[in-house]
Write a protein that binds this ligand. Structure first.
Ligand SMILES: Cc1cc2nc3c(=O)[nH]c(=O)nc-3n(C[C@H](O)[C@H](O)[C@H](O)COP(=O)(O)OP(=O)(O)OC[C@H]3O[C@@H](n4cnc5c(N)ncnc54)[C@H](O)[C@@H]3O)c2cc1C
Length: 363
Protein backbone atom coordinates (compact mmCIF):
# COMPACT_ATOMS: atom_id res chain seq x y z
CA UNK A 1 0.00 0.00 0.00
CA UNK A 2 1.35 3.45 -0.85
CA UNK A 3 0.39 6.83 0.57
CA UNK A 4 -2.58 6.84 -1.79
CA UNK A 5 -5.39 4.84 -0.26
CA UNK A 6 -6.76 1.62 -1.68
CA UNK A 7 -10.00 2.07 -3.61
CA UNK A 8 -12.78 -0.52 -3.56
CA UNK A 9 -13.13 -2.73 -6.60
CA UNK A 10 -16.51 -2.51 -8.27
CA UNK A 11 -18.73 -5.43 -7.33
CA UNK A 12 -16.37 -6.66 -4.59
CA UNK A 13 -18.13 -8.49 -1.76
CA UNK A 14 -17.64 -6.51 1.48
CA UNK A 15 -18.37 -9.63 3.51
CA UNK A 16 -15.21 -11.28 2.16
CA UNK A 17 -13.10 -11.95 5.31
CA UNK A 18 -10.14 -10.04 3.84
CA UNK A 19 -12.10 -6.88 3.08
CA UNK A 20 -10.96 -4.41 5.73
CA UNK A 21 -7.36 -5.60 5.66
CA UNK A 22 -7.16 -3.94 2.22
CA UNK A 23 -7.84 -0.54 3.78
CA UNK A 24 -5.50 -0.60 6.76
CA UNK A 25 -1.75 -0.07 6.82
CA UNK A 26 -1.43 -3.09 9.12
CA UNK A 27 -3.18 -5.16 6.45
CA UNK A 28 -5.46 -6.46 9.20
CA UNK A 29 -9.23 -6.47 9.69
CA UNK A 30 -12.08 -8.81 8.77
CA UNK A 31 -15.23 -8.33 6.70
CA UNK A 32 -17.50 -5.26 6.53
CA UNK A 33 -21.28 -5.39 6.69
CA UNK A 34 -21.34 -2.84 3.93
CA UNK A 35 -18.67 -0.72 2.24
CA UNK A 36 -19.43 2.82 1.09
CA UNK A 37 -17.23 5.38 -0.57
CA UNK A 38 -17.77 9.11 -0.05
CA UNK A 39 -15.96 11.64 -2.24
CA UNK A 40 -17.35 14.93 -0.89
CA UNK A 41 -18.44 16.39 2.44
CA UNK A 42 -22.11 16.16 1.39
CA UNK A 43 -21.68 12.55 0.40
CA UNK A 44 -19.97 11.70 3.70
CA UNK A 45 -22.92 13.16 5.62
CA UNK A 46 -25.41 11.39 3.36
CA UNK A 47 -23.71 7.97 3.70
CA UNK A 48 -23.65 8.34 7.48
CA UNK A 49 -27.32 9.37 7.58
CA UNK A 50 -28.32 6.49 5.29
CA UNK A 51 -26.55 4.01 7.56
CA UNK A 52 -28.33 5.52 10.56
CA UNK A 53 -31.67 5.19 8.76
CA UNK A 54 -30.86 1.49 8.24
CA UNK A 55 -29.95 1.37 11.97
CA UNK A 56 -26.45 0.28 11.05
CA UNK A 57 -23.37 1.17 13.10
CA UNK A 58 -20.90 3.38 11.22
CA UNK A 59 -17.12 3.14 10.96
CA UNK A 60 -15.33 6.03 9.26
CA UNK A 61 -12.14 4.91 7.64
CA UNK A 62 -9.72 7.16 5.75
CA UNK A 63 -6.08 6.04 5.41
CA UNK A 64 -6.50 3.19 7.90
CA UNK A 65 -3.13 4.09 9.42
CA UNK A 66 -4.31 4.49 12.99
CA UNK A 67 -6.78 1.64 13.44
CA UNK A 68 -6.56 -1.98 14.52
CA UNK A 69 -9.67 -3.78 13.29
CA UNK A 70 -10.57 -7.18 14.73
CA UNK A 71 -10.65 -10.39 12.72
CA UNK A 72 -14.44 -10.35 12.93
CA UNK A 73 -14.37 -7.06 11.04
CA UNK A 74 -17.10 -4.48 11.36
CA UNK A 75 -20.68 -5.65 10.83
CA UNK A 76 -22.07 -2.16 10.14
CA UNK A 77 -21.39 0.33 7.35
CA UNK A 78 -17.78 1.29 6.70
CA UNK A 79 -17.61 4.70 5.04
CA UNK A 80 -14.34 5.29 3.18
CA UNK A 81 -13.51 9.01 3.33
CA UNK A 82 -12.22 9.98 -0.10
CA UNK A 83 -13.03 13.73 -0.39
CA UNK A 84 -10.09 15.70 -1.77
CA UNK A 85 -8.67 19.19 -2.07
CA UNK A 86 -7.97 22.38 -0.16
CA UNK A 87 -8.58 26.09 -0.70
CA UNK A 88 -7.60 29.41 0.79
CA UNK A 89 -10.36 30.84 2.98
CA UNK A 90 -8.52 33.78 4.59
CA UNK A 91 -5.24 35.58 4.25
CA UNK A 92 -3.38 38.64 5.45
CA UNK A 93 0.16 39.92 5.08
CA UNK A 94 1.60 37.25 7.39
CA UNK A 95 -0.72 34.25 7.33
CA UNK A 96 -2.98 32.11 5.18
CA UNK A 97 -5.86 29.92 6.33
CA UNK A 98 -6.43 26.80 4.24
CA UNK A 99 -9.59 24.70 4.44
CA UNK A 100 -8.73 21.06 3.73
CA UNK A 101 -11.25 18.35 2.82
CA UNK A 102 -11.19 15.44 5.26
CA UNK A 103 -9.99 12.85 2.75
CA UNK A 104 -7.06 14.86 1.40
CA UNK A 105 -3.91 12.73 1.82
CA UNK A 106 -1.97 14.39 4.62
CA UNK A 107 1.49 14.27 3.12
CA UNK A 108 0.26 15.71 -0.20
CA UNK A 109 -1.07 18.66 1.78
CA UNK A 110 2.21 19.12 3.65
CA UNK A 111 4.13 18.99 0.36
CA UNK A 112 1.83 21.62 -1.17
CA UNK A 113 2.20 24.00 1.80
CA UNK A 114 5.99 23.66 1.78
CA UNK A 115 6.06 24.35 -1.95
CA UNK A 116 3.96 27.50 -1.51
CA UNK A 117 6.10 28.89 1.32
CA UNK A 118 3.50 28.32 4.06
CA UNK A 119 5.16 27.38 7.31
CA UNK A 120 3.63 25.31 10.11
CA UNK A 121 3.23 21.70 8.92
CA UNK A 122 6.73 20.91 7.62
CA UNK A 123 7.82 18.77 10.59
CA UNK A 124 4.71 16.62 10.09
CA UNK A 125 6.00 15.45 6.70
CA UNK A 126 5.78 11.77 5.89
CA UNK A 127 2.92 10.92 8.26
CA UNK A 128 0.42 8.71 6.42
CA UNK A 129 -3.34 9.07 6.42
CA UNK A 130 -5.80 11.86 5.81
CA UNK A 131 -6.02 15.52 6.80
CA UNK A 132 -9.42 14.90 8.41
CA UNK A 133 -7.97 12.35 10.82
CA UNK A 134 -5.21 14.67 12.09
CA UNK A 135 -7.39 16.42 14.68
CA UNK A 136 -8.64 13.03 15.98
CA UNK A 137 -5.42 12.30 17.88
CA UNK A 138 -3.78 15.72 17.48
CA UNK A 139 -1.17 14.26 15.18
CA UNK A 140 2.35 15.26 16.09
CA UNK A 141 5.99 14.54 15.35
CA UNK A 142 9.43 16.15 15.55
CA UNK A 143 8.26 18.98 17.80
CA UNK A 144 5.12 20.02 15.88
CA UNK A 145 1.49 19.03 16.40
CA UNK A 146 -1.60 20.00 14.44
CA UNK A 147 -3.19 21.70 17.47
CA UNK A 148 -0.72 24.56 16.88
CA UNK A 149 -2.09 25.40 13.42
CA UNK A 150 -5.71 24.17 13.39
CA UNK A 151 -8.11 27.07 13.86
CA UNK A 152 -11.39 25.17 13.36
CA UNK A 153 -12.83 21.77 12.45
CA UNK A 154 -16.02 21.43 10.44
CA UNK A 155 -17.88 18.33 11.53
CA UNK A 156 -21.23 16.64 11.18
CA UNK A 157 -22.66 16.29 14.69
CA UNK A 158 -24.49 12.94 14.71
CA UNK A 159 -26.23 13.77 17.98
CA UNK A 160 -27.75 17.06 16.83
CA UNK A 161 -27.86 16.00 13.17
CA UNK A 162 -26.28 19.20 11.93
CA UNK A 163 -22.98 20.44 10.50
CA UNK A 164 -21.01 22.61 12.95
CA UNK A 165 -17.74 24.54 12.89
CA UNK A 166 -15.83 23.81 16.08
CA UNK A 167 -13.18 26.37 17.04
CA UNK A 168 -9.81 24.86 18.01
CA UNK A 169 -10.30 25.96 21.63
CA UNK A 170 -13.30 23.60 21.87
CA UNK A 171 -11.56 20.60 20.27
CA UNK A 172 -10.01 19.46 23.56
CA UNK A 173 -6.60 18.94 21.99
CA UNK A 174 -4.17 17.05 24.21
CA UNK A 175 -1.19 14.73 23.70
CA UNK A 176 -2.53 12.24 21.08
CA UNK A 177 -6.08 13.12 21.98
CA UNK A 178 -9.08 15.39 21.37
CA UNK A 179 -12.84 15.33 21.82
CA UNK A 180 -13.01 13.37 18.54
CA UNK A 181 -10.95 10.33 19.56
CA UNK A 182 -13.07 7.34 20.59
CA UNK A 183 -16.24 9.35 19.93
CA UNK A 184 -18.93 8.30 17.46
CA UNK A 185 -20.50 11.73 17.62
CA UNK A 186 -18.30 13.68 15.21
CA UNK A 187 -17.68 13.18 11.51
CA UNK A 188 -14.87 15.50 10.46
CA UNK A 189 -15.65 17.08 7.06
CA UNK A 190 -12.88 19.66 6.74
CA UNK A 191 -10.12 21.23 8.81
CA UNK A 192 -8.86 24.84 8.78
CA UNK A 193 -5.12 25.41 9.30
CA UNK A 194 -3.61 28.86 9.79
CA UNK A 195 -0.06 28.89 8.40
CA UNK A 196 2.63 31.54 8.33
CA UNK A 197 3.89 32.99 5.06
CA UNK A 198 7.57 32.23 5.41
CA UNK A 199 10.25 30.39 3.45
CA UNK A 200 11.55 29.18 6.82
CA UNK A 201 10.30 26.52 9.22
CA UNK A 202 9.14 27.29 12.72
CA UNK A 203 11.93 27.11 15.34
CA UNK A 204 13.28 23.54 15.28
CA UNK A 205 12.36 22.06 18.67
CA UNK A 206 13.48 18.46 18.37
CA UNK A 207 17.13 17.77 19.20
CA UNK A 208 17.50 14.86 16.76
CA UNK A 209 16.08 16.97 13.93
CA UNK A 210 18.30 19.94 14.77
CA UNK A 211 21.34 17.66 14.78
CA UNK A 212 20.40 16.13 11.43
CA UNK A 213 19.94 19.61 9.97
CA UNK A 214 23.23 20.81 11.43
CA UNK A 215 21.57 23.66 13.37
CA UNK A 216 20.84 24.52 17.00
CA UNK A 217 17.49 23.84 18.64
CA UNK A 218 15.45 27.04 18.14
CA UNK A 219 16.95 27.82 14.71
CA UNK A 220 14.82 28.03 11.57
CA UNK A 221 15.67 26.29 8.32
CA UNK A 222 14.30 26.43 4.75
CA UNK A 223 10.94 24.64 4.64
CA UNK A 224 12.10 22.16 1.98
CA UNK A 225 15.14 21.21 4.11
CA UNK A 226 12.94 20.58 7.16
CA UNK A 227 10.61 18.42 5.09
CA UNK A 228 13.37 16.42 3.41
CA UNK A 229 15.24 15.83 6.66
CA UNK A 230 12.12 14.78 8.57
CA UNK A 231 11.21 12.34 5.78
CA UNK A 232 14.75 10.93 5.79
CA UNK A 233 14.78 10.47 9.57
CA UNK A 234 11.33 8.89 9.48
CA UNK A 235 12.23 6.53 6.64
CA UNK A 236 15.23 5.31 8.66
CA UNK A 237 12.80 4.28 11.40
CA UNK A 238 10.28 2.62 9.10
CA UNK A 239 7.89 5.50 9.74
CA UNK A 240 7.15 6.34 6.10
CA UNK A 241 4.82 3.89 4.35
CA UNK A 242 6.60 1.74 1.80
CA UNK A 243 4.75 -1.13 0.16
CA UNK A 244 8.09 -2.95 -0.32
CA UNK A 245 9.20 -2.61 3.31
CA UNK A 246 7.30 -4.79 5.82
CA UNK A 247 8.81 -2.73 8.65
CA UNK A 248 6.30 -0.03 7.68
CA UNK A 249 3.25 -2.33 7.77
CA UNK A 250 2.20 -0.91 11.10
CA UNK A 251 0.19 1.88 12.66
CA UNK A 252 3.36 3.81 13.47
CA UNK A 253 3.76 3.94 17.24
CA UNK A 254 1.60 1.28 18.85
CA UNK A 255 1.85 2.77 22.36
CA UNK A 256 1.76 6.38 23.51
CA UNK A 257 4.56 7.72 25.69
CA UNK A 258 3.21 7.39 29.25
CA UNK A 259 2.77 10.63 31.18
CA UNK A 260 3.62 9.99 34.84
CA UNK A 261 2.88 11.84 38.07
CA UNK A 262 6.11 12.88 39.88
CA UNK A 263 5.80 10.01 42.43
CA UNK A 264 5.30 7.41 39.68
CA UNK A 265 8.30 8.81 37.82
CA UNK A 266 10.46 8.53 40.96
CA UNK A 267 9.32 4.92 41.41
CA UNK A 268 10.26 4.16 37.80
CA UNK A 269 13.74 5.65 38.28
CA UNK A 270 14.23 3.45 41.36
CA UNK A 271 13.10 0.30 39.56
CA UNK A 272 15.21 1.15 36.54
CA UNK A 273 18.30 2.16 38.52
CA UNK A 274 20.37 -0.61 36.92
CA UNK A 275 19.14 0.30 33.41
CA UNK A 276 20.16 3.95 33.18
CA UNK A 277 18.17 7.17 33.24
CA UNK A 278 14.78 6.87 31.43
CA UNK A 279 14.58 9.43 28.58
CA UNK A 280 11.87 11.88 29.61
CA UNK A 281 10.35 15.28 28.91
CA UNK A 282 8.78 17.65 31.45
CA UNK A 283 5.03 18.19 30.99
CA UNK A 284 2.49 20.57 32.55
CA UNK A 285 1.64 20.11 36.23
CA UNK A 286 4.99 18.54 37.17
CA UNK A 287 4.13 15.41 35.19
CA UNK A 288 6.81 13.68 33.13
CA UNK A 289 6.46 12.05 29.70
CA UNK A 290 8.63 8.94 29.42
CA UNK A 291 9.84 7.22 26.25
CA UNK A 292 7.67 4.15 25.62
CA UNK A 293 10.32 2.82 23.22
CA UNK A 294 12.92 2.90 26.01
CA UNK A 295 10.58 1.13 28.45
CA UNK A 296 9.81 -1.60 25.92
CA UNK A 297 13.44 -2.11 25.06
CA UNK A 298 14.54 -2.21 28.72
CA UNK A 299 11.78 -4.66 29.56
CA UNK A 300 13.45 -7.07 27.16
CA UNK A 301 11.54 -6.55 23.91
CA UNK A 302 14.12 -5.50 21.37
CA UNK A 303 13.71 -4.62 17.71
CA UNK A 304 12.73 -7.65 15.66
CA UNK A 305 11.15 -9.47 18.66
CA UNK A 306 8.50 -11.76 17.19
CA UNK A 307 5.07 -12.85 18.32
CA UNK A 308 2.66 -15.43 16.92
CA UNK A 309 2.08 -15.80 13.19
CA UNK A 310 5.19 -13.76 12.40
CA UNK A 311 3.97 -10.44 13.82
CA UNK A 312 7.00 -8.56 15.14
CA UNK A 313 8.42 -5.39 16.57
CA UNK A 314 9.87 -3.48 13.62
CA UNK A 315 13.57 -4.00 13.08
CA UNK A 316 13.86 -0.21 12.73
CA UNK A 317 11.74 1.08 15.64
CA UNK A 318 10.81 -0.44 18.98
CA UNK A 319 7.40 1.24 19.08
CA UNK A 320 6.10 -0.12 15.77
CA UNK A 321 4.37 -3.50 15.79
CA UNK A 322 4.28 -4.95 12.30
CA UNK A 323 2.36 -7.57 10.35
CA UNK A 324 5.56 -8.26 8.47
CA UNK A 325 4.36 -11.27 6.50
CA UNK A 326 1.08 -9.58 5.62
CA UNK A 327 -0.67 -12.84 6.55
CA UNK A 328 -1.12 -12.66 10.33
CA UNK A 329 -4.38 -12.14 12.22
CA UNK A 330 -5.38 -9.24 14.42
CA UNK A 331 -5.48 -11.73 17.31
CA UNK A 332 -1.76 -12.37 16.81
CA UNK A 333 -0.92 -8.66 16.78
CA UNK A 334 -2.98 -8.11 19.91
CA UNK A 335 -1.22 -11.04 21.60
CA UNK A 336 2.15 -9.39 20.88
CA UNK A 337 0.88 -6.02 22.17
CA UNK A 338 -0.35 -7.70 25.37
CA UNK A 339 2.94 -9.50 25.91
CA UNK A 340 4.78 -6.17 25.64
CA UNK A 341 2.34 -4.23 27.81
CA UNK A 342 2.38 -6.91 30.54
CA UNK A 343 6.18 -7.28 30.37
CA UNK A 344 6.71 -3.53 30.81
CA UNK A 345 4.21 -3.50 33.68
CA UNK A 346 5.92 -6.41 35.45
CA UNK A 347 9.51 -5.24 34.93
CA UNK A 348 9.09 -1.47 35.29
CA UNK A 349 5.66 -0.89 36.87
CA UNK A 350 4.40 1.39 34.07
CA UNK A 351 1.19 0.73 32.12
CA UNK A 352 1.40 1.37 28.38
CA UNK A 353 -1.71 2.43 26.46
CA UNK A 354 -2.32 1.86 22.76
CA UNK A 355 -2.17 4.87 20.44
CA UNK A 356 -4.36 3.55 17.57
CA UNK A 357 -8.12 3.21 17.77
CA UNK A 358 -9.04 -0.44 18.41
CA UNK A 359 -12.19 -1.59 16.62
CA UNK A 360 -13.84 -4.84 17.64
CA UNK A 361 -10.70 -5.94 19.45
CA UNK A 362 -9.05 -5.06 22.78
CA UNK A 363 -5.70 -5.51 24.44
C1 LIG B 1 4.16 4.38 9.37
C2 LIG B 1 3.28 5.25 10.23
C3 LIG B 1 3.80 6.37 10.87
C4 LIG B 1 2.97 7.18 11.66
N1 LIG B 1 3.52 8.27 12.28
C5 LIG B 1 2.74 9.08 13.06
C6 LIG B 1 3.30 10.22 13.71
O1 LIG B 1 4.48 10.53 13.58
N2 LIG B 1 2.49 10.98 14.49
C7 LIG B 1 1.18 10.68 14.66
O2 LIG B 1 0.49 11.42 15.39
N3 LIG B 1 0.62 9.62 14.05
C8 LIG B 1 1.36 8.80 13.25
N4 LIG B 1 0.82 7.70 12.64
C9 LIG B 1 -0.61 7.39 12.86
C10 LIG B 1 -1.55 7.88 11.74
O3 LIG B 1 -0.87 8.03 10.54
C11 LIG B 1 -2.23 9.20 12.06
O4 LIG B 1 -2.95 9.10 13.25
C12 LIG B 1 -3.20 9.62 10.93
O5 LIG B 1 -3.71 10.90 11.20
C13 LIG B 1 -4.37 8.66 10.76
O6 LIG B 1 -5.06 9.03 9.57
P1 LIG B 1 -5.96 8.02 8.78
O7 LIG B 1 -6.64 8.80 7.71
O8 LIG B 1 -5.16 6.86 8.35
O9 LIG B 1 -7.01 7.59 9.90
P2 LIG B 1 -7.74 6.19 10.03
O10 LIG B 1 -6.78 5.16 10.49
O11 LIG B 1 -8.54 5.89 8.81
O12 LIG B 1 -8.74 6.51 11.23
C14 LIG B 1 -8.22 6.74 12.53
C15 LIG B 1 -9.39 7.07 13.47
O13 LIG B 1 -9.97 8.31 13.07
C16 LIG B 1 -11.33 8.13 12.68
N5 LIG B 1 -11.55 8.98 11.51
C17 LIG B 1 -10.88 8.95 10.33
N6 LIG B 1 -11.34 9.94 9.54
C18 LIG B 1 -12.32 10.56 10.23
C19 LIG B 1 -13.19 11.66 9.94
N7 LIG B 1 -13.14 12.31 8.77
N8 LIG B 1 -14.08 12.03 10.89
C20 LIG B 1 -14.13 11.40 12.09
N9 LIG B 1 -13.35 10.35 12.40
C21 LIG B 1 -12.45 9.96 11.48
C22 LIG B 1 -11.48 6.65 12.39
O14 LIG B 1 -12.82 6.22 12.58
C23 LIG B 1 -10.54 6.06 13.40
O15 LIG B 1 -11.15 6.03 14.66
C24 LIG B 1 1.60 6.87 11.84
C25 LIG B 1 1.09 5.73 11.19
C26 LIG B 1 1.92 4.92 10.41
C27 LIG B 1 1.35 3.72 9.71
Amino acid sequence: MSDVYAEPTTGADPTDPATLARYTTLRLGGPAGRLEIATSADEIVRKVQEAEAREQAVLLLAGGSNVVIGDQGFPGAVVLIRSRGFRLVAEDADTVTVRVEAGEPWDDLVAATVERGWSGLECLSGIPGSAGATPIQNVGAYGQEVAETITAVEAYDRTRRTVVRIPAADCGFAYRGSIFKYSDRWVVLSVDFRLTRSPLSGPVRYTELARALGVEVGDRVPLADARATVRRLRAGKGMVLDARDPDTWSVGSFFTNPVLEPEAYDRLRERAADLGEPPSWPCPGDTVKVSAAWLIDKAGFGRGHTGPEGVAISTKHTLALTNRTGTASTAALIALAREIRDGVQTRLGVTLHPEPVLINCAI
